[in-house]
Structures are given as C-alpha cells and as structure tokens.
Design a protein around this ligand. Structure first.
Ligand SMILES: [Cu+2]
Length: 255
C-alpha cells in the first residue's frame, strides 16, 4: 500500500515536471522561428475540376490472367481480367488524375480515414488508388492463400511482407510524394496495383466511364495530370474560379 502511494507521488511529480517543461519551452526566446503558416483556405471560395478521360481507338482486350499456379486462386477467383485496360464506349478507366502543379506552398493535413488495398480473388482491389503523405492505408488479405505484398517505390521506403493467413491486415504510410508507387505480389506474378501519394487531397481515379471529379479546390491555375499505367501521362492547364466547375478532358491513343 505504501509503495503504491509512493508511485502515485512519483507519477504526479513526473507529470508536473513535464507540464512545466512544456510551458517553459514556449516562452524561450532562443526557440527557432516556426515556419510561416500557409494561408488558411476558405472552402467557401472553392471551385471544382471535372472531366473525362477518353481513349482513341479500340480498347485492348483485357488480359485473361492465368491463375493455375495457385489452385486456391484458380478455384476462387471471380474476376480474372487484368486491370490495365478498363473502359467502355471510348472512355478509359483506372486513370489517376491529380493536381500536379499549382498548390505549392499550401498545406493540407493528411486525411484521417483509413483506405484499404485489398487482396481478394487473387487480385488487388482497387487496382489504382490515391492517398496523402502520412495517410494510413491498410493492406488486407481476404484470400485463404499466401500473398506477399511488395511495394517498389522510388521516393519512399520499399517494403516486402507476406500475409499467409486470410484476414491478416497491416497498416502503412508513405512519407514522400510519389506518382505512382507500384505494388506486386511475389507469389502471384499477375497481381499488380498502383498507389499515387500526394501532399494534398486533389486526386481521383476514373471509373470505366472515364469520368472524374476533383472538388473543393482553392481558386487558382493548375496543371492537371492524367496517368495510365500503360499509356503514360498527359497534362492540361486549367483555371479554377470560385463556385465554378472547370471542365478538362484527356484523350489517350490505344496501343
Ligand atoms: Cu498474391
């Protein structure tokens, strides 16, 4: 009992000294000057960018992935089509569209919601996605087989981890802007995915109809880039005005 009281007193002393130190450092005149805060962005002044990614020519037939090397995959996969060429009626999906230039000097806190890269049916879902620097994303194995997730970034830290058991999950973040971070599975050579890492939340991935929306942008002049894993990148300049939606379209040529 006596020992417990001593611990209580000790804990209070530690707490008190921590508070005192915290308060003292603020008033120190030797403290380095903090970086100037970026001007606060008022969402009431925002505008939007929306548009479409088109494909000139015929959409290549989706590659039918051969999953025979893993009987679990061969038996359970419901979708065996590669995600590289997805689209309909001249529109292109799985294109990462984002603000490449124009937001320099502005700070946007990382989104707090966790996004998921799922391994399901021996494919990655989604095939293309975006996150912010510092934002947590979760890698999940939904299959009753071993996946080995291998990120091969250029600007961020590489990692390579096995998930042998269905239901396993782990969390990761990236520290640097990178478009795009490739992912592959070292067990199943057909599995690949791409994650765009940005220091702002202004990105989208086109669905099969090629449409995208990037909303609540500060007014300004921007370079918008569209990235496709096989067809490369294209850029467009756009001016965003308060309360307006600027239309932008991209057109890739089929291989
Ligand atoms: Cu795998």
């Amino acid at each position: 009992m006596q020992q417990r009281n001593l611990w209580t007193v000790f804990s209070m002393l530690v707490l008190a000294s921590a508070v005192a130190c915290g308060g003292g450092s603020d008033s120190s005149s030797d403290a380095p000057a903090a970086a100037p805060a970026a001007p606060a962005f008022d969402p009431a002044t925002a505008g939007n960018v929306s548009g479409m990614v088109m494909l000139n020519g015929e959409l290549p037939a989706a590659e039918d992935l051969m999953m025979n090397s893993d009987p679990v995959c061969a038996m359970s996969a419901t979708d065996t089509q590669s995600g590289t060429f997805v689209g309909s009626d001249g529109h292109l999906g799985n294109v990462f569209v984002y603000v490449k230039e124009g937001l320099e000097g502005q700070r946007f806190p990382a989104a707090t919601g966790t996004v998921e890269l799922n391994q399901q049916g021996c494919r990655y879902t989604p095939h293309v996605m975006g996150i912010q620097v510092g934002q947590t994303f979760e890698i999940v194995n939904s299959d009753p087989t071993l996946h080995n997730i291998h990120a091969t970034p250029a600007a961020n830290d590489e990692f390579n981890m096995g998930q042998p058991i269905q239901g396993m999950r782990f969390e990761r973040t990236f520290d640097s802007v990178e478009v795009m971070v490739p992912f592959k599975c070292d067990v199943h050579g057909w599995m690949n995915a791409y994650i765009g890492v940005l220091d702002h939340p202004y990105f989208a991935v086109t669905a099969a109809d090629g449409m995208f929306d990037i909303s609540t942008l500060p007014p300004g002049d921007y370079v918008i880039e569209a990235w496709h894993e096989a067809l490369g990148t294209q850029t467009q300049n756009v001016s965003v005005a308060t309360g307006q939606t600027a239309e932008v379209s991209f057109s890739f040529t089929a291989p």
